[in-house]
Design a protein around this ligand. Structure first.
Ligand SMILES: Cc1ncc(C[n+]2csc(CCOP(=O)(O)OP(=O)(O)O)c2C)c(N)n1
Length: 320
């Protein structure tokens, strides 16, 4: 096994999949009805974070922890619950498409692909070697489940617009989910594509912005600020939804609203924390691809273990 974490805990993604089985796609999560599912999704997000930390430590790589940790609930929600996908058939025509336009956060996408069943634990042994399916940025020719190669910010989203347009033309009901970063909204290509998508009424396109308000070297407001984001997207003709990006229930409500919106594309602007789950990142700004020393790594694992314990204690009687 590459990830020890799967031995210590209980593989919460499997529990999510068991409960998810039989539920039609695109249903909002409701409390208290879906309490157990919700708890497992939260726990799967903790697993995801621990695996990211472990990957970084084992491979001694600098893996954009901030960017990856910021989007965990978003990809957990999409891959384990929301999207209409079949990991056994990555090329199935009817699948929803996901594009990680903020391609530097690809380690997080690889973990989501592992948890949902596209790739195996053992695939991580060769992580970022020449013949590995896992490269430093998303590569659609190498990794099952990846629909678009990205890495140059501002590139994936326009491709997503083209995909959504083609799906509409082919009368394919699949959706395109495209995850962008806030710093990426500095790219002109984002706004060209946003304009086209609204004019083409691509209501099968859902842009999700990981709005953590920090870019590579500091706060967005000190650089080329993109605020007010909501007003900008609204003026480009998009249906704008605001969500708490680490809150599974709020994300599910936002996705439901986007799903129900007709005649225009939707953007979900998610308020997030860069490096969420790593105490060091909460204390101070850490530049984009910095590693973690052993002390900060262990502190993060302890923090996540305590969070897991708290969820299990609060909901334990229902869970196991
Ligand atoms: C066109 C382009 N310019 C520069 C980079 C280098 N780069 C990698 S990550 C990053 C910024 C990270 O901040 P942000 O876009 O806000 O994403 P976050 O890490 O917060 O998710 C930059 C400039 C790139 N990948 N593409």
């Amino acid at each position: 096994m590459f990830f020890n974490v799967q031995n210590i805990n209980k593989g919460y993604a499997e529990d999510v999949k068991r409960l998810r089985n039989g539920i039609k796609p695109y249903q909002a999560i409701q409390e208290p009805r879906d309490g157990e599912l919700l708890d497992y999704l939260r726990l799967a997000a903790i697993d995801h974070r621990r695996m990211l930390l472990e990957l970084g430590q084992k491979q001694e790589i600098r893996l954009h922890y901030g960017a990856c940790m910021s989007m965990v609930e978003i990809t957990t929600m999409l891959y384990l619950y929301w999207m209409n996908i079949d990991p056994n058939r990555p090329d199935w025509e009817g699948r929803d498409r996901f594009i990680l336009s903020k391609g530097h956060a690809v380690p997080g996408l690889y973990i989501a692909l592992l948890q949902s069943g596209y790739v195996k634990d053992s695939d991580f042994e060769k992580y970022r070697t020449l013949d590995s399916i896992f490269q430093g940025h998303p590569d659609r020719n190498k990794t099952p489940g990846i629909d678009c190669s990205t890495g140059s910010l501002g590139q994936g989203f326009p491709v997503g617009c083209g995909m959504a347009w083609a799906l509409k033309r082919d009368k394919n009901p699949a959706r395109v989910f495209c995850l962008l970063s806030d710093g990426e909204c500095n790219e002109g290509s984002v706004w060209e594509a946003a304009l086209i998508a609204a004019n083409a009424k691509l209501d099968n396109l859902i842009a999700i912005i990981d709005y953590n308000k920090k870019s590579s070297y500091g706060s967005m407001t000190d650089r080329n600020d993109v605020s007010p984001l909501s007003q900008k997207w609204d003026s480009f003709g998009w249906n704008v939804i605001r969500a708490k990006g680490h809150d599974i229930v709020d994300l599910s409500k936002a996705l439901k609203e986007a799903h129900a919106t007709q005649g225009k594309p939707s953007v979900i602007i998610c308020d997030t924390n860069k490096g969420n789950g790593i105490p060091l990142h909460a204390r101070q700004f850490i530049s984009s691809s910095s590693g973690l020393n052993v002390q900060n790594y262990e502190e993060a694992i302890t923090y996540l273990n305590n969070l897991e314990k708290k969820i299990n204690e609060e909901f334990g009687s229902r869970i196991r």
